[in-house]
Write a protein that binds this ligand. Structure first.
Ligand code: DX5
Ligand code: ZN
Length: 217
């Protein structure tokens, strides 16, 4: 199975997005990770569909849109129309998660569920067979550049056991505090996709940073 980095545009230069998007097109990045924050579900506000529409025109890789918003059901069509290829929604934001995942899949795009650091992996046992990916937050969502929470390794192992049993094609993605020091161990533990913001965009050589965090057999 393919394993790769999904750089988070939250840490890109918003005044010059085109340059950063072109850099990612040239790099080994697998997806573009796009963080949508509403200032309610998380204490920060980022950007929404109009910005994503412009990113879509330039990006040559799938857009992985991470919705950190309350009541996400209202917006799936809007984000799909803006160019999302993957939509992930928070377990903590959905009262009827099964219905929400079905609604995303009906649009013909990939659907994933996100767990905050405190949310138990066991809670996914009755939804794991319906999702294309699970995104484990390895920081509390809302900001880039935070410290990786070590307990994430335990959650990846638990989740890997669950996906092998019920849903072997389900991808495991990890988001927050990923850098060259922990990438290899995260892949080894079971992660398929590593989101990286700060460690890519604060690097002097982002292409090389992505390469150094890419999966090596
Ligand atoms: C945090 C976001 C992340 C963030 C990761 O709420 O979901 O995608 O951009 O940034 P780093 O890699 O800087 O921790
Ligand atoms: Zn994210």
């Amino acid at each position: 199975m393919n394993k790769f980095v999904a750089p988070s545009l939250l840490s890109a230069n918003f005044a010059c997005l085109e340059k950063d998007i072109e850099m990612l097109n040239q790099s080994q990045a697998g997806w573009f990770h796009i963080d949508v924050m509403d200032g309610v579900f998380v204490p920060n506000i980022s950007f929404g569909p109009p910005v994503i529409k412009h990113i879509k025109k330039l990006a040559k890789k799938p857009l992985d849109v991470h919705l950190m918003i309350v009541d996400p059901d209202r917006y799936y069509q809007v984000f799909k129309d803006a160019g999302a290829d993957i939509l992930t929604i928070h377990y903590e934001a959905c009262t009827h998660l099964n219905r929400s995942i079905s609604a995303i899949k009906k649009l013909g795009i990939m659907a994933g569920v996100v767990l905050n650091p405190h949310t138990n992996v066991n809670l996914l046992e009755n939804i794991i067979m319906d999702v294309d990916l699970v995104l484990l937050m390895s920081v509390n969502p809302g900001f880039g550049g935070q410290k990786f929470i070590e307990n994430t390794y335990r959650k990846i192992s638990q989740l890997k056991e669950m996906t092998e049993k019920y849903s072997p094609k389900c991808l495991i993605e990890v988001d927050g505090g990923v850098d060259v020091n922990n990438a290899a161990e995260l892949y080894q533990t079971g992660a398929d996709v590593l989101v990286a913001g700060n460690s890519v965009f604060s690097s002097n050589n982002p292409i090389e940073a992505i390469r150094s965090m890419s999966y090596k057999l």
